[in-house]
Ligand binder design. Structure first.
Ligand code: FE
Length: 236
């Protein structure tokens, strides 16, 4: 059991290091190359594209609120809550996994997980993205889901089936790719799964552009926004 947990922690750390290395301007945490014991400084991650880059599928107005207000608030709250907390200076992923165990005071988990989730979501989109996954990740999706169309349907169904606020995810779990959904701030890291891609289904992600039409937002995400290069990097 210890070996398995260590392995999961190792994969997680490598994944996040790779993420920051590949997207320097959008690094979530500075100094990730250091050991887990090294003091880490949280930095507010840059948006990896201009706010109007995803139009007409996600407007600059949506991104200005979603990134500039919501994401910023999760970051500011996380920094505040870590002040004087024994988890201060740890990797963001460790903060998430450890704070998830403290159900009596969920604020640090909620804010630190939302900080991580949003960075992952914004990095997983690009102008001119979406459509069928290419290369190795495309082969893995075909193997795991039977076809790209099946994956598309399963992902959208999971995102539509998340009652209220939450997230839909493509994850790697014991060598297979799976689709999962999580409520509120919860992410697959707390279940020991490796996130590959995510769609935010909180209303703030789509309401200005699509109002109650969550499915239209999700279809745009699938067909026009997914950055498959980002997803492929997360396979490790
Ligand atoms: Fe959001």
């Amino acid at each position: 059991m210890t070996t398995e947990n260590d392995s999961k922690q190792g994969l997680t750390r490598r994944e996040f290091t790779g993420l920051a290395a590949g997207l320097t301007a959008a690094a979530v945490v500075s100094g990730l190359a250091g050991t887990a014991k090294a003091q880490q400084t949280l930095a507010f991650p840059a948006l990896p594209y201009p706010e109007d880059a995803l139009e007409p599928y996600i407007s600059a107005r949506t991104l200005s609120f979603h990134y500039g207000k919501h994401h910023r608030a999760y970051y500011d709250n996380t920094v505040k809550l870590l002040s004087g907390n024994p988890l201060a200076g740890q990797l963001l992923e460790k903060i998430i996994v450890e704070s998830a165990k403290d159900q009596a005071s969920p604020a640090l988990f909620n804010n630190s997980a939302q900080l991580w989730n949003h960075t992952f979501y914004f990095q997983g989109m690009k102008k001119g993205g979406g459509g069928p996954a290419p290369g190795k990740i495309g082969e893995m999706i075909n193997k795991s889901f039977g076809s790209m169309d099946n994956f598309h349907k399963e992902f959208v169904d999971a995102a539509m089936g998340q009652f209220g606020s939450g997230w839909a995810w493509l994850v790697a779990d014991n060598g297979n790719l799976k689709v999962v959904k999580t409520p509120n701030a919860v992410n697959p890291l707390v279940a020991g799964q490796k996130p590959i891609l995510t769609a935010d289904v909180w209303e703030h992600a789509y309401y200005l552009d699509y109002q109650n039409r969550r499915k239209d937002y999700l279809e745009a995400f699938m067909d026009h926004l997914i950055d498959w290069d980002f997803a492929a990097k997360n396979l490790g």
